[in-house]
Design a protein around this ligand. Structure first.
Ligand code: F0G
Length: 488
């Protein structure tokens, strides 16, 4: 199959500007509230950006989950959805899209990505201590595995932990360590190997096909299954086209089918993969389908809707086909690269090379004066919201869970993630983010730490409440007013 050419545009000025190749036809008004109100909102929301109300948020860079722009084709498809508890035509259209795009015949719908994780952990973690080797964990995947008594081991190459790097595939799974872990642990204690496309928590970094082929060889040698978390599959495939020479002339469809072909089970959050809602698990093996099938009606809903509305099922189907459009998929990574490169040039420490999902700011470096016990990434997320109205997400120790004895497990990286959902923001909004972050970096000594005042036992980062350890937010506001006057 020859590659369908993505649209590329050069500027006469030589500037590397990512041009929007879509037009905006439905818009939503944004609020930019005064800094004093933003401070109140932080106190009301426990200095946790998850707990802010969008009426106080200017640019919502919390996540790309369910916030990517939908296409006109998706919205129109929603209008001809077929409402039925069982045997809905909408489901069959989705099943066909899964087979066409992900090349897997058997499909189980679930209400979102973590529901797939629940089903997989429930089906395959048979005894306490079962070990899941993976390139890196995602919060909900880890929570479900541990909930069923399992453990994980993260097997990245050392380079992955280098924030500032030129390595094109920091998400690669360390195959030498994988083999060692399998031999030491015993295959009977390893339910499956998990590979996450574009490792979310270390800065949206992809793995290569070459790496995946090596993992496949080891999996075959020991008779183990590979489970692919495909939530960020399109972006990982796009970066393979950009960075892995063997695939420079391949199409998105080819790369995606190679990746899913190397996996026994593929699951995904459709909130990310296909700009919709919902999720799914698919496989080419009837045996695997049968092992999982009964859990869908138990946890999600009947097998032809899986807890997803039929309208969303239609949007998912169209969104899956759109994942094959390189021009569409490249929009978010190109905006991210623009933001990362311009911030790096202005001295703001960023995770490099630019990854997918969002731009990741190195809070450990900006807030080197804040100890990890006071959550530098959470503090940076709160400070950045305060001075800009931009809501990012903490991806550091607050997002980690305590160990079995209740001790803190400090994160390998303390990151502020600024998500760039597909086709949502304009370039001037991205430039505003850049401008305010440069200012905050120059005034970083004013940022202080946080402490928990309310800590839920599971996934604490969602609803946890914190407060500043000093009056640093007030001092930051004073400096902001000095420099910006009346400007919001
Ligand atoms: N796997 C990955 C790699 C994810 O990024 C997510 C969600 C999930 C699984 C869970 O899917 O939310 O549909 O249940 N990531 C979102 C984020 C929440 O903001 O990064 P879900």
């Amino acid at each position: 199959m020859s590659k369908e050419k993505p649209v590329k545009v050069k500027f006469y000025s030589g500037e590397n500007i990512p041009l929007e190749l879509h037009k905006v036809r439905v818009v939503q008004k944004l609020n930019l509230v005064p800094i004093e109100r933003r401070l109140e909102a932080l106190y009301e929301g426990g200095f946790n950006t998850f707990r802010l109300s969008t009426k106080d948020v200017f640019l919502d860079m919390l996540t790309d989950s369910g916030t990517n722009a939908m296409s006109d084709m998706q919205v129109s498809a929603m209008m001809h959805a077929d409402d039925a508890y069982a045997g809905s035509q909408s489901f069959f259209r989705l099943q066909k899209a899964v087979e066409d795009v992900l090349k897997k015949k058997y499909f189980l719908p679930v209400h979102q990505g973590r529901a797939a994780e629940n089903i997989l952990a429930c089906a395959y973690i048979k005894k306490k201590g079962d070990l899941i080797p993976m390139n890196y964990h995602f919060t909900t995947a880890l929570a479900h595995i541990t909930q069923y008594g399992g453990r994980i081991v993260e097997l990245l190459y050392d380079e992955a932990y280098n924030i500032d790097s030129a390595h094109p595939f920091k998400g690669n799974l360390n195959v030498e360590k994988l083999e060692q872990v399998i031999v030491e642990t015993g295959v009977e204690n390893i339910p499956f190997i998990r590979m996450e496309a574009s490792t979310n928590l270390i800065g949206g970094q992809p793995f290569s096909i070459r790496n995946m082929r090596e993992v496949r060889k080891i999996a075959d040698k020991y008779g183990l299954r590979i489970v692919l978390d495909a939530s960020l599959l399109g972006e990982n495939a796009y970066l393979i086209l950009q960075r892995e020479p063997e695939f420079a002339d391949s199409s998105m469809a080819e790369v995606i089918s190679i990746m899913t072909g190397l996996s026994d089970i593929v699951y995904f959050s459709a909130r990310k993969l296909s700009s919709s809602r919902g999720g799914g698990i698919c496989t080419g093996e009837l045996k695997i389908y049968r092992e999982l099938e009964a859990l869908v009606p138990l946890f999600e809903g009947f097998l032809t809707y899986g807890g997803i509305s039929v309208r969303e099922i239609e949007a998912m189907a169209v969104g899956l086909y759109e994942t094959l459009d390189e021009t569409m998929i490249s929009q978010s990574p190109q905006f991210i690269a623009y933001l990362v490169n311009s911030l790096t040039a202005k001295g703001v420490p960023m995770v490099t090379p630019p990854g997918v999902l969002g731009a990741h700011v190195d809070a450990m470096s900006i807030c080197s004066h804040i100890p990890q016990t006071q959550y530098p990434a959470g503090a940076l997320a709160a400070a950045f919201f305060l001075i800009s109205g931009v809501r990012g997400m903490e991806r550091g120790s607050i997002s980690n869970q305590r160990d079995e004895e209740g001790n803190e497990t400090y994160a390998d990286m303390e990151l502020l993630r600024l998500a760039v959902p597909r086709r949502v923001f304009t370039l001037s909004q991205i430039k505003y983010v850049e401008d305010r972050l440069v200012w905050l970096n120059e005034n970083r000594s004013l940022i202080g730490g946080l402490k928990f005042v309310y800590e839920p036992p599971v996934l604490r980062f969602f609803m946890g409440g914190l407060e500043p350890v000093s009056d640093w937010p007030e001092r930051l506001i004073a400096k902001f007013k000095e420099d910006f006057g009346d400007s919001l």
